[in-house]
Design a protein around this ligand. Structure first.
Ligand SMILES: Cc1cc2nc3c(=O)[nH]c(=O)nc-3n(C[C@H](O)[C@H](O)[C@H](O)COP(=O)(O)OP(=O)(O)OC[C@H]3O[C@@H](n4cnc5c(N)ncnc54)[C@H](O)[C@@H]3O)c2cc1C
Length: 272
């Protein structure tokens, strides 16, 4: 069904923030549109105005610095993550997970920031960013602040973003550079599909970070483990941390079983 809305293209964050302040919840930011426009077409979102961020010059920046770590601008696409030398060299798990997200065509439009702000429990970029201790830069008319990705999600499709705020960048700290990791995602089909359950695991020094998607209202970062921890304790802790549900794509029990299976496999592959 066709939907009618105004369209404005911002050329700076200040301009976008000004329009958001003016229009309140009637306006929605647009990055790649692969969630937003699907939701608008389905009638799940009915913005009076869509504010396109793609003409803001700095949002395409994807850079790595030994002190700052990896900075991912709000316009950086999933394919740009996959193709980035810095990502492949220093944060290979990001590229692995990005490759699991949708098809090549969708990945050409879809942004990492859009994936995080959309806050789907099954967002493929959430588990690696949680494990790699990423931070999110939020801009509002009062200025900018960095928040841990671990505190960003508050519920299914819900975040700590306040009305009128934008995400400008994601930072993956230099401290997690070079971390070994893996990602396993269960889908209904072998091709591109949304995850039924996903597990990312990162080994950083002697500490193991595990995050699980599609197994609670938000992507879940489990408390860190020592690499010497007993695997049965790790599995039990992960099971306790998640709260999967029965839905049309999978049962709760199968999600629990596969989360456990993936934790065991990743532990063998990355930690043992
Ligand atoms: C066919 C198809 C298959 C898909 N498969 C997968 C999959 O396998 N795994 C997966 O994780 N996802 C999948 N997706 C979902 C989607 O591609 C991602 O969530 C995408 O990364 C969202 O990014 P975007 O740039 O398109 O965001 P948009 O659609 O532009 O925006 C998403 C939301 O974030 C808001 N927003 C965007 N940018 C900002 C900003 N800078 N500040 C504040 N708010 C902002 C928008 O208002 C909107 O609410 C799929 C989508 C499609 C259409």
């Amino acid at each position: 069904m066709n939907r009618v809305f105004d369209y404005r293209a911002a050329t700076s964050f200040a301009e976008a923030l000004g329009w958001l302040a003016e229009m309140g919840s009637n306006a929605r930011p647009l990055a790649g549109g692969t969630d937003l426009l699907v939701n608008v077409r389905a009638g799940l979102m009915t913005p009076g105005c869509v504010i396109d961020l793609k003409q803001i010059p700095e949002i395409t920046a994807l850079s790595f610095d030994e002190n700052e770590g990896l900075l991912i601008g709000a316009g950086v696409t999933i394919n740009e993550i996959i193709e980035s030398d810095a990502v492949q060299q220093h944060y290979p798990l990001l590229a692995i997970c990005a490759h699991q997200l949708a098809s090549h065509q969708v990945r050409n439009r879809a942004t990492v920031v859009g994936n995080i702000v959309n806050a789907s429990p099954c967002a493929d970029m959430a588990p690696p960013l949680l494990c790699l201790q990423a931070e999110i830069e939020i801009q509002g008319n009062d200025g900018a602040r960095w928040v841990p990705c671990a505190t960003f999600f508050t519920g299914a499709k819900q975040t700590i973003l306040k009305p009128g705020e934008l995400v400008s960048r994601i930072r993956v700290p230099a401290a997690t550079k070079g971390a070994r990791g893996g990602y396993k995602k269960l889908k209904r089909i072998q091709g591109h599909d949304l995850g039924i359950v996903g597990v990312a695991l990162v080994l950083l020094g002697d500490t193991v970070h595990i995050a699980v998607s599609s197994a609670a209202a938000t992507p879940v970062l489990v408390k860190p483990f020592a690499r010497t921890d007993d695997l049965s304790t790790v599995v039990a802790t992960v099971r306790e941390a998640i709260s999967p549900i029965d839905d049309v794509r999978c049962t709760k029990d199968y999600r629990l079983f596969m989360a456990e299976t993936y934790v065991k496999r990743l532990w063998q592959e990355v930690v043992a």
